[in-house]
Design a protein around this ligand. Sequence first.
Ligand code: 5GP
Ligand code: 5GP
Ligand code: 5GP
Length: 251
Amino acid sequence: GRAAAQDYDFFFLVLQWPGSYCDTKQSCCYPKSGKPAADFGIHGLWPNRNDGTYPQNCNPNDEFDPSKVRCDPILLLALVSSWSPCRCCSGSACLRLLGFRSRVTLTHWQVSDLMSSLRAKWPTLACPSSDGLTFWGHEWDKHGTCASDIFDEHSYFQAALSLRDQLGVLSALTSAGVNPDGGYYTLGQIKGAIQQGTGFLPFVECNRDESGNSQLYQLYFCINASGDSFIECPVSPGGRACGNRIEFPAF
Ligand code: 5GP
Ligand code: 5GP
Ligand code: 5GP
């Protein structure tokens, strides 16, 4: 069918510090694949309007389909034949047959190569432990389906992963001496380090550790409506303020 008209103006790319998700009264659970890296993970890529409102759960007919982020079909194909995957991409695949590379178009399954990247860069930390599909499914259903004018499920996850990688937030922070070591930093130190290292100024959201200290929880970056470049944020997100003494807990 025809794509719906765009009902949003930009995206928030929301990253979470796993140490701060876990260091709360509620605690957390590692995903079934094991403890994620001590790095910022994705929470979501959220279409948003300039007035601060946002669409959600836009298409119940396009609910999350795990086969679109999995690579299983290719691996299965490789197992039952002498083919081996050299690359996965959306809609087609490059396979190696007897040493020759050939391009195969896949119509039945949308080829997906995203599971291992999602596990590493979009880990779920909610309890009980899960494989991540629940979290990713929630984000696609609630937010991704509202950007179906530019993304299908596969390209939505691919875009979020690629945008996160472009930032390199953790190295921006550590290069400026803002380390996840349980120490305290000012909001200016945190924002300055990220602006200096990534070129973009995020909104910083804090939560509270078990003792009630404010800690660095989420970072909100803004992306244009085409979903491909960082912009200055048109509006602040909701989300709890930090105060000026902010813990950066280890993970
Ligand atoms: P949102 O804030 O996108 O509506 O909600 C996030 C949902 O995903 C919540 O229901 C939360 O329990 C679940 N969830 C699963 N894993 C995570 C995680 O690692 N971080 C956050 N923030 N939510 C998670
Ligand atoms: P979700 O389950 O609804 O809608 O989560 C509601 C709120 O609780 C969100 O802010 C989410 O991040 C948080 N949350 C949900 N599950 C967990 C958990 O296992 N550990 C922590 N620390 N927070 C959670
Ligand atoms: P919380 O109340 O925990 O901050 O947010 C709950 C959920 O509402 C988030 O996980 C997210 O799905 C959605 N949400 C909260 N604030 C915003 C926002 O400013 N923009 C968008 N697009 N979604 C938001």
